[in-house]
Design a protein around this ligand. Structure first.
Ligand code: TYM
Length: 351
């Protein structure tokens, strides 16, 4: 059976989405929607690998869905749904728990970061998280996965799992009619654009993240104009003189980050963003004032309409739930036959 190109990606409903989620992943999702069959998931089962207040989780699932639509994903075209409504994710996740090796998971840097020093107290789900992520993708035999740079290692694991499954069950895969012995494709990460790793506005060496205790480290898609302006105004730069070339930025992480953010927001290249920085530079402490003003304008122009649309959509939760129900039904229709094949290949009996 031929494997058709298909896009899958997801975001965790743990609070509001931020600029990193938007520039690192979502703008590519919107582009790929024009050319591919796309499945975009709100990964609620991943969210509960750390404690979530149930009422807040329900709101966050709806808000992330609203953000998907507000940013430009079309629920008539792409499949938008929440993970827990499609049983194939958890089912295939279990099978992959039995395919992946402990040693593979022990290497996952995200687990080490999230579990921190008290590993013994981390949930088993947090440890097995990357296996569920592989299942998300492979339940649809997806071939392309647009993500930010931080998901690269998880994607490599998904590729390893696909390959091991194909190898372990090769004979059976062929016997089930997949003549080339390949059941799962090896999904390709799509990590592209000028902002694949958006950094904290307070510390250019740390990535922008929902879990940073400082709200000033990130711009949320729910921030209003004044808040965006204030955060950019206070964004850390450094005390060095103006950089002369783009290459100088390799040792200037905060400026480098702002250049990447401006380029991604305005649709310009990093070179064009850098030229703008040089053209608008002031004297002494106001070196970056002009640049930051343009950056604020670009952020407000792009994010303002998204925020108002999220607010509008959130006023009608039943409509959002209907989008999720419709997406889940379409997702189940793709994943169910894949699961039937998987069960036959593994040797499980189904009726
Ligand atoms: P999550 O929810 O942490 O992030 C969602 C997407 O946003 C990207 N991202 C960033 N990109 C650039 N700079 C940043 N600072 C930044 N922060 C986040 C992430 O790379 C991601 O693309 N494990 C995934 C969710 C997931 C998934 C999947 C993704 C579950 N199953 C299957 C793809 C395919 C996660 O935690 O993303």
């Amino acid at each position: 059976m031929k494997i058709t190109p298909r896009v899958f990606s997801g975001m965790q409903p743990t609070g509001s989405l931020h600029l990193g989620n938007y520039l690192g992943a979502m703008i590519n999702w919107i582009e790929m929607q024009k050319t591919h069959e796309c499945i975009y998931c709100v990964v609620d089962l991943h969210a509960i690998t750390v404690w979530q207040d149930p009422a807040e989780l329900r709101t966050a699932i709806r808000q992330v869905t609203a953000a998907y639509i507000a940013a430009g994903l079309d629920p008539k075209k792409s499949i938008l749904f929440n993970q827990s409504q499609v049983p194939a994710h958890a089912e295939l996740g279990w099978i992959f728990n039995c395919v992946a090796r402990l040693g593979w998971l022990n290497r996952m840097t995200q687990f080490k970061e999230k579990a921190g020093k008290d590993r013994e107290q981390a949930s088993v789900g947090l440890y097995a998280y990357p296996n569920l992520m592989a299942a998300d993708i492979l339940a649809y035999r997806a071939t392309h996965v647009p993500v930010g740079e931080d998901q690269k290692q998880h994607l490599e694991l998904a590729r390893d799992i696909a390959q091991k499954f194909n190898n372990d069950f090769k004979k059976e895969i062929v016997a089930q009619g997949f003549e080339d012995g390949i059941f799962f494709p090896q999904p390709d990460p799509v990590i592209t654009g000028p902002a694949t790793r958006v950094m904290s506005l307070r510390d250019g060496t740390k990535k922008m993240s929902k879990s940073d205790p400082s709200d000033f480290s990130r711009i949320s898609l729910m921030d209003d104009t004044d808040t965006i302006a204030d955060k950019i105004k206070r964004a850390k730069t450094d005390a060095e003189p103006l950089p002369v070339t783009l290459e100088d930025l390799s040792k200037r992480p905060e400026i480098d980050n702002l250049i990447g953010i401006y380029a991604a927001l305005s649709g310009e290249t990093r070179e064009q963003a850098f030229t703008m920085l040089l053209a608008t530079s002031g004297e002494g402490p106001s070196l970056f004032t002009g640049f930051k003003r343009n950056l604020t304008d670009a952020a407000v122009t792009k994010l303002g309409p998204i925020r108002s649309e999220i607010v509008r959509l959130m006023a009608d939760p039943a409509e959002i739930d209907a989008v999720l129900a419709n997406g889940a039904a379409r997702a189940r229709a793709i994943a169910q036959p894949v699961m039937d094949n998987v069960k036959d290949i593994v040797g499980l009996i189904r009726s």
